[in-house]
Design a protein around this ligand. Structure first.
Ligand code: NAD
Ligand code: IPM
Ligand code: MN
Length: 356
């Protein structure tokens, strides 16, 4: 198979982990006889430094011309503490999602058995947890009207959804539920928010086309609690952009670490595959970032954008084997992990490659 992949590492540990994700794709192509070509694009702080813009037109053109995009992370400490910065790395990420029409963000919470002890949640509560989040990605407060008023002393952001936006993400989630346990949880705040009442009303309408799927509604505050109390209760979850952002960082603790969670952003055009974590200023440049979220994002890319199931499974299997062999990065190590089994980003990547 011939495919063209755009690699967009972005900032901070995005650079470090995406290098590993790309090597995994190269190794898969070599092993399975595919011809993958690559190009690289700028986004985030590195793009602002080079061009003044968080998502330069040149990158967008390359994105549209690619068959899939492997993305790292954006963000830089200097903007996080500067509320007045008008141009920000995160704007590049949001523009990419909107411009490419990536309205569905799939965030699988996959717990590898070997990491049962790495989580702060008790193993008996966790064992068997397997969740697939559908986070809506191009609506909500992220893209609603926002403004500073009253001489800058008051600010608002608008939580806004239109019916078609809820309907298309709900359909994707129901379709996924049909291929899994035929259970779907929709998360909203319909007891308070009008946009959530539209959300719930629309999900109920879509549900009529999926009579076999058992639909449950939860308010977001209760869902946040239930995720920790009983993660096995969850199968497929559909929710809005902001609630999905928060709940999936929380859910990363079910998988052991943010460094384990991959995602796929799909919709109208080229899919983007990215870890759910950010640029992690606190560990940038130390060579200790867990690259497995990027490796697992590469696995999602192979499966979802290219339909290469065996190749995707080979990647997941390699991760499983490395964990079974006892290798860990610092974020998924426990007090019982021997020091010489705790690897840096590059060494962990080499362990994965050697098993492909
Ligand atoms: P973060 O995800 O970067 O980090 C949160 C914590 O998790 C940190 O302690 C970090 O060290 C740890 N962590 C994250 N990924 C890890 C990995 N692969 N291996 C080991 N540890 C890992 O979130 P934050 O600190 O809130 O944000 C930092 C910057 O990243 C901000 O500028 C933010 O805007 C940006 N951000 C970007 C994205 C993205 O590009 N998709 C996502 C989240 C945050
Ligand atoms: C994510 C991030 C982004 C989001 C930020 C950096 C804009 O947290 O990809 O989860 O909120 O969507
Ligand atoms: Mn997030």
């Amino acid at each position: 198979m011939k495919k063209h992949i755009l690699v967009v590492p972005g900032d901070g540990i995005g650079q470090e982990v995406t290098t590993v994700g790309k090597k995994v794709l190269e190794k898969i192509a070599e092993k399975f006889g595919h011809e993958f070509t690559y190009d690289e694009g700028l986004i985030g702080h590195v793009a602002i430094e080079a061009t003044g813009e968080p998502l330069p037109e040149e990158t967008l053109v390359k994105m549209r011309a690619s068959d899939a995009i492997l993305f790292g992370a954006v963000g830089h400490a200097k903007y996080d503490n500067d509320p007045h910065a008008k141009v920000r790395p995160e704007q590049g990420l949001l523009k990419m999602r909107k411009e490419l029409g990536l309205y569905a963000n799939l965030r699988p919470i996959k717990l590898f058995d070997e990491l049962l002890e790495a989580s702060s949640i008790k193993p008996e509560i966790l064992k068997g947890a397997d969740i697939l989040f559908f986070r809506e990605l191009t609506g909500d407060v992220y893209f609603g009207k926002r403004e500073r008023i009253e001489e800058g002393n008051t600010a608002y952001d608008t939580m806004i959804y239109s019916k078609y936006e809820v309907e298309r993400i709900a359909r994707k989630a129901f379709d996924a539920a049909m291929t899994r346990g035929k259970k779907l949880m929709s998360v909203d705040k319909a007891n308070v928010l009008e946009s959530s009442r539209l959300w719930r009303e629309t999900v109920l309408e879509v549900a009529k086309d999926y009579p076999e799927v058992e639909l449950e509604h939860q308010f977001v505050d209760a869902a946040a609690m239930l995720l920790i109390k009983d993660p096995k209760k969850f199968d497929v979850v559909v929710t809005g952009n902001l609630f999905g952002d928060i709940l999936t960082d929380e859910a990363s603790q079910i998988a052991g670490s943010m460094g384990m969670l991959a995602s796929a952003s799909v919709g109208d055009s080229t899919g983007v595959y990215e870890p759910i974590h950010g640029s992690a200023h606190d560990i940038t440049g130390k060579g200790i970032a867990n690259p497995l979220a990027s490796v697992l994002s590469a696995a999602l890319l192979l499966d979802i954008s290219f339909g290469l199931k065996a190749e995707s499974e080979a990647v997941i299997n390699a991760v499983d084997q490395v964990l079974k062999a006892g290798y860990r990065t610092g974020d998924i190590a426990t007090k019982d992990t021997p020091k010489d089994m705790i690897l840096g980003t590059v060494a962990m990547g080499e362990q994965i490659l050697s098993r492909l």
